[in-house]
Design a protein around this ligand. Structure first.
Ligand code: AMP
Ligand code: MG
Length: 518
């Protein structure tokens, strides 16, 4: 049985000849313990390849927090023994790294796209860290056999966006790949205009995507598909091993993680922009930040990716897109699952898990902590409907809702003033106040609770844009400031200079266009 039909395309990877001598080994501290388990999967899974050196690199930014996750010493970026700038620009290697480009395929915008793979990312290896094994990847480290029409590079603009957003999402408590650093260079890279090259170092327990499974399934390599499934189960979902059908259990676990991730995205107004199956992590991490965006004014149909003409990945459609992608994963796993109905049942779990997770997120955003009540769902739905009609700012509205007073006759101006239709808001506010009075605790307790789930600071496009413009002119001060603010998205922070990061976007923010070509 097929869950859905796809076209077959031949495997056609262009050879890339790059000799390892381009990489000059340095004697990085012996404290790094490399495991590199992905390498054990074998040659079907990757092409070994050194990064393409990036001339005269300079630091753009690094994350001390991500470095600490890896167990790196405080001076890792600057200490001459580490040569971190050279290593993380692709000009040198720490002993133990085994760089490779992995192969995957996938569906892009609902159409089978055939062979994709790491076209500009290079897997460096897997480190034993205090937080468990972590893989390191360079993004923008040059041509690979999977670069297709691309140049293997990433530009400074998109690298800064990925860096800031990876770390910001982490601090919002949302599962994501992390970003250790960005390095830049004067190397010209042609996009709509000529920009300059940069490399992001990404960190994750695994970079395996739905597309890795699709690749081996669609290219009729059942033994490799089995190897991949066993690998993922053994290292990332060991509990599945002890079930009657480990691959069915795996599929269900991926579905459940994806459901949680979608609820997380929706709840902070995050739009990914390119939810193709090759951009879906089997660990349920946010991965491959491209033309993503956080909602400014609330529009459920908001499309953050300028190239997504049909709005396939519009904000409100993300949960459905994820479910569609789970069908593609189920289809890919069918050769390993005896009964197709079991595969469908496994991903069916997504629906109820997402509904429950989403209800929990909206309820928490409204400050409802007691037992769920039958009309909680309509209460949040109706608020969202009013916000959509009046184009209320998504983050600011929820943040100000913490100030809502249940005192009879309270004006509640900070939040009420955000709505054009005061009457409609007042009617909703009466229901909200009545519901809140059934909650345990005082308004002040609820406010504290709400401020822990409704961020004051998110990476709005215009904030990234200002930091990028300065960075392109060689000044990274604003980038670092923004990075620091986004490390504490739920805190008031208080200082006058941080308030502007929490304000309404300027009019010009609406003219910012981000697309896939980064
Ligand atoms: P994305 O949807 O941006 O994650 O990328 C889709 C595919 O295109 C992946 O296989 C990428 O590795 C590849 N790709 C994107 N940009 C480039 C580039 N500049 N050079 C080479 N490959 C690229
Ligand atoms: Mg991708």
């Amino acid at each position: 049985m097929t869950i859905f039909q796809f076209d077959r395309m031949p495997i056609a990877a262009a050879p890339v000849a790059r000799e390892a001598k381009e990489v000059q080994d340095v004697h990085g501290p012996a404290s790094l313990a490399w495991r590199n388990r992905f390498v054990s999967l074998g040659d079907d899974f990757y092409t070994r390849l050194a990064p393409q050196p990036m001339p005269e690199p300079h630091w753009v930014a690094w994350s001390a927090d991500c470095a600490a996750l890896l167990g790196l010493p405080a001076d890792w970026a600057q200490h001459p023994d580490w040569q971190a700038l050279d290593v993380l620009s692709g000009n040198a290697a720490w002993p133990g790294m085994q760089p490779l480009a992995s192969v995957y395929s996938g569906h892009q915008f609902g159409v089978w796209a055939g062979l994709l793979g790491d076209g500009r990312a290079l897997w460096l290896g897997e480190l034993d860290t205090p937080s468990g094994p972590m893989e390191l990847q360079l993004k923008g480290a040059g041509l690979t056999p999977y670069s297709r029409m691309g140049d293997g590079r990433a530009v400074l603009r998109s690298s800064i966006r990925e860096f800031l957003s990876s770390e910001a999402m982490h601090h919002l408590g949302i599962p994501t790949t992390r970003a250790l650093c960005v390095t830049g260079s004067a190397l010209p890279v042609r996009r709509e205009q000529v920009e300059t090259a940069a490399v992001v170092t990404r960190v994750a327990p695994s970079f395996i995507r739905f597309g890795h499974f699709e690749h081996f399934s669609h290219h009729d390599q059942p033994a490799a598909l089995r190897r991949l499934a066993d690998f993922v189960i053994e290292h990332h979902f060991p509990a599945c091993r002890d079930t009657a059908q480990p691959c069915v259990a795996l599929l269900e676990q991926v579905a459940l993680r994806t459901a949680e991730l979608m609820a997380d995205w929706q709840a902070v107004g995050f739009c990914h922009g390119v939810m193709n199956t090759d951009n879906m992590s089997v660990l349920g991490l946010t991965i491959d930040y491209g033309p993503f965006g956080f909602l400014d004014r609330f529009d459920p149909g908001h499309i953050c990716n300028h190239s997504d003409h049909q709005g396939r990945y519009a904000w409100a459609r993300q949960p459905n897109a994820a479910f569609w992608n789970l069908h593609a994963l189920a289809q890919a796993l069918l050769p390993l699952i005896a009964d197709p109905d079991l595969a469908l049942a496994a991903i069916e779990a997504y629906k109820s898990a997402f509904a429950a997770a989403m209800l929990a997120r909206w309820s928490a955003k409204l400050g409802l902590a007691g037992a769920a009540q039958p009309d909680d769902r309509t209460l949040s739905d109706d608020l969202l409907r009013l916000m959509a009609i009046d184009h209320c700012d998504f983050s600011i509205t929820f943040r100000r809702l913490a100030l809502f007073s249940t005192e009879p006759g309270a004006p509640n101006a900070p939040v009420r003033d955000l709505f054009m239709s005061r009457e409609a808001f007042d009617a909703w506010a009466l229901r909200y106040a009545a519901r809140l009075r059934r909650e345990p605790g005082a308004d002040a307790d609820r406010a504290l609770r709400m401020n822990r789930v409704n961020p004051k600071f998110v990476l709005r496009n215009h904030l990234a844009e200002v930091a990028i413009r300065d960075a392109q002119a060689g000044d990274f001060t604003e980038l670092h400031r923004l990075q620091t603010v986004l490390q504490h998205p739920f805190d008031e922070q208080g200082a006058a200079e941080t308030e502007r990061y929490a304000g309404f976007p300027p009019d010009w923010a609406q003219t910012i266009e981000v697309s896939c070509s980064s």
